[in-house]
Design a protein around this ligand. Structure first.
Ligand code: ADP
Length: 482
């Protein structure tokens, strides 16, 4: 699929350090999850390259943070425009290496670009404060300054947006960055670096280190006293490792980790709208997002009707290669992902779950979109994130029962519920122990709002004006002898 790029020079296979393309001595294969075919051999950079990238970011920092906010804003704006101008090629690279349907990939590119646009604008608004003074001859003010060199470790499920969401606010604030993209999806990351280069973002400001040595490269980023901030999106398990590794240097951390999103449908919901929301929330990206509905709780009065309508819609999904027109569900990222879905289904069936539709792997890395009814709390699907196209539907009776079940997890990222009762909407929104609540909607993301979780789903928020705070330190200046 990659020879169809409008601009073949966007296919980069070397790392990007200090404004130059670095080959390294070794490569790793990037494969198309839909076909299993190799797409490219990409530079497999090392711990030593990572140190070079940190050095480059450190060297670039004084000049970059010394620009005016408006100058940085203009460069971000240019990057944004280039990303949009090349949206079709970026989407092709994404469908090829990640598998999501082309229309969905295009949507992600636009979504990813929106963070660059937003932080081009926010760059100009990193206001400080003047504080009413506590003594007549003193003045107090608060400056907000870039934290310094930042690191970003990103996942494969959103190969563009997870990078722009971190890099755009960091560089807008005046920081410089080293990015380690996921090994499944380095091509989008490198194409973004190429576009940043074309936009005129100076050398060393953004560095991208593709590698299969995730742990070794991660260790260098965590251990470095020069790196002052680490932003990570990925599993809670790896998040814990990184947090521990960042303790010795007291690094500031932003963590977007696993979720286990509840999706609650009350008797008073608009059922068709709830089914629509469940489809988007559950089956988007083949269920491979940290905000995908993982557990569907449906009140007894509408349970059977909801399950029937959902299953009917799910039977209408078209599974296949994301480049084929009309395909709505692509492959899963790797064979292990299919194993996990299958294990969850087998466990659910053994404990009384009923497969309403789907349930089986297809050829290659494809899996039937699946609905399981009669889900119960002793099943693995009640506790673990499936990260695949499986919707277990639990039955509940009272509002409190639904809230308790929804909150019975160590995770707290996204949650959803459908109701038309205004009192209930307020009560349940307040009671859900989550960083994000979608009410009568199955899709929450936007560059304008703070995305993030509570409990073991992470630390910090990305997007919105709050997203900039991650990359700014406050400095209190007290002026005496006035
Ligand atoms: P996922 O389940 O989404 O693949 P991971 O947490 O395994 O989540 O991966 C997210 C990112 O973290 C990827 O870029 C991966 O290479 C990286 N990663 C995995 N293990 C480590 C590690 N020990 N140190 C640093 N980065 C890691």
């Amino acid at each position: 699929p990659l020879h169809q790029l409008n601009d073949p020079t966007l296919l980069k296979t070397a790392g990007y350090i200090d404004g130059a393309w670095v080959e390294g001595t070794d490569t790793f294969a990037v494969t198309d999850p839909a076909t299993g075919l190799e797409l490219a051999q990409v530079a497999n950079l090392t711990a030593a390259h990572t140190q070079q990238a940190i050095d480059a970011a450190e060297a670039a920092l004084p000049a970059w943070r010394g620009l005016t906010h408006k100058q940085r804003s203009h460069l971000l704006r240019k990057w944004f425009e280039l990303i949009l101008a090349h949206r079709d090629d970026l989407a092709r690279l994404m469908t090829a290496e990640q598998g999501k349907p082309l229309a969905e990939a295009t949507g992600e590119v636009v979504y990813g670009a929106s963070f660059v646009e937003w932080y081009a604008e926010e760059a100009k608004r990193t206001y400080g404060e003047t504080v009413p003074s506590f003594a007549p001859d003193r003045r107090a003010m608060v400056l907000r300054q870039p934290i310094g060199v930042c690191a970003a470790i990103t996942p494969w499920n959103f190969p563009v947006a997870m990078i722009t969401r971190k890099v755009a606010p960091a560089i807008a604030a005046g920081c410089t960055v080293v990015v380690k993209p996921a090994e499944f999806t380095p091509l989008c990351a490198l194409a973004l670096a190429e576009l940043a280069h074309r936009a005129g973002i100076p050398q060393g400001v953004i560095n991208v280190v593709p590698t299969e040595h995730a742990a070794a490269v991660g260790k260098v980023l965590c251990d470095s006293p020069v790196v002052r901030h680490l932003s990570f999106t990925g599993s809670t398990e790896v998040g814990r490792i990184l947090m521990a590794q960042c303790a010795p240097t007291i690094k500031k951390l932003a963590l977007e980790l696993g979720g286990n999103a509840p999706f609650i449908v009350f008797d008073d919901a608009d059922l068709d709208s709830a089914v629509e929301g469940a489809m988007t929330s559950k089956y988007r990206n083949a269920g491979q997002t940290c905000v995908c509905a993982n557990r569907l709780y449906v009140q007894a009065g509408v349970y059977d009707a909801f399950v029937a309508k959902l299953a009917e819609r799910v039977r209408g999904l078209k599974v296949g290669n994301g480049f084929e027109p009309g395909v709505t569900q692509g492959p899963l990222i790797e064979p292990a992902a299919l194993d996990k879905v299958q294990e969850h289904i087998a466990d659910a069936v053994a404990k009384g779950g009923h497969i309403v539709t789907g349930g089986k792997p297809l050829q290659g890395q494809f899996f039937e979109p699946t609905v399981i009814a009669n889900a119960t709390r002793d099943m693995r699907v009640a506790r673990e994130e499936t990260f695949g196209p499986l919707a277990p539907v639990f039955r509940f009776t009272t509002e409190q029962e639904a809230i308790d079940a929804a909150n019975a997890t160590e995770f707290g990222l996204a949650s959803y519920f459908y109701s038309r009762d205004i009192g209930r909407i307020v009560r349940v929104s307040e009671a859900l122990d989550y960083g994000m609540v979608g009410v009568n909607i199955g899709l929450l993301g936007s560059e304008q709002v703070p995305f993030g979780g509570v409990k073991q789903s992470g630390l910090g928020r990305e997007g919105s004006h709050h997203g900039m705070d991650e990359y700014l330190e406050m400095k209190y200046v007290n002026l005496g002898d006035v």
